[in-house]
Design a protein. Structure first.
Length: 194
């Protein structure tokens, strides 16, 4: 069954959110979601890298790996593509927005090992998407990632203003909040089964 593009967008952003439903990319999700500005910057970097990585990996898989019977090398090839794109983003961001570059810190190079980006590239192949579906799914998944980051950052900024018991401060309230947010997004999965 071939999904139409609107269904792909809805599923990737809400019903099967890459962070909140598939639990991919949790490290940058928890690490960068302290401030909305930083979350938006990281989200835009992920949109760029995820979209380009999906396009390039789709072409590499369909026009190099499959014809040469080298499908077993897809994970290595995809990681190399993602690492190269992250280096490009780092160079551009360091030159054009050094403040955001410093704010993202170690999390920007960690996009290379962000399993969400590799996961989207592999899911596109697994779901047998054509190039248009690949691009739409990658952009929508990246928007879903950004949405999760920004929502979590907004909640964490508000929680910083709340006077709460010491045992709940820091990582404890962050993990509880992430769990509740994840449960709320899983409600969208039920819509898809109707």
């Amino acid at each position: 069954m071939e999904l139409n593009l609107a269904a792909i967008i809805f599923v990737a952003i809400l019903a099967n959110n890459i962070v909140l439903n598939q639990f991919l990319g949790v490290c940058p999700y928890l690490g960068v979601s302290k401030r909305i500005e930083t979350s938006l910057g990281m989200g835009m970097a992920v949109v760029f890298v995820m979209t380009l990585a999906a396009i390039v990996t789709w072409f590499i898989f369909n026009y190099i790996l499959v014809p040469m019977d080298l499908v077993y090398l897809r994970t290595i090839a995809f990681i190399l593509v993602i690492a190269s794109l992250v280096q490009l983003v780092e160079i551009v961001m360091k030159k054009n927005n050094p403040t955001l570059f410093r704010a993202l810190g170690i999390y920007l190079p960690l996009i290379t090992t962000n399993c969400a980006i590799l996961g989207v590239a592999l899911l596109n192949i697994q779901m047998d998407h054509n190039i248009v579906q690949t691009i739409v799914y990658a952009i929508a998944a990246a928007i879903g990632f950004t949405l999760a980051l920004v929502i979590m950052a907004g909640i964490r900024e508000r929680l910083d203003l709340v006077n709460m018991p010491g045992v709940l401060q820091g990582a404890a309230v962050t993990l509880v909040t992430a769990g509740i947010l994840s449960l709320s997004f899983m409600g969208f999965t039920g819509i898809m089964s109707l």
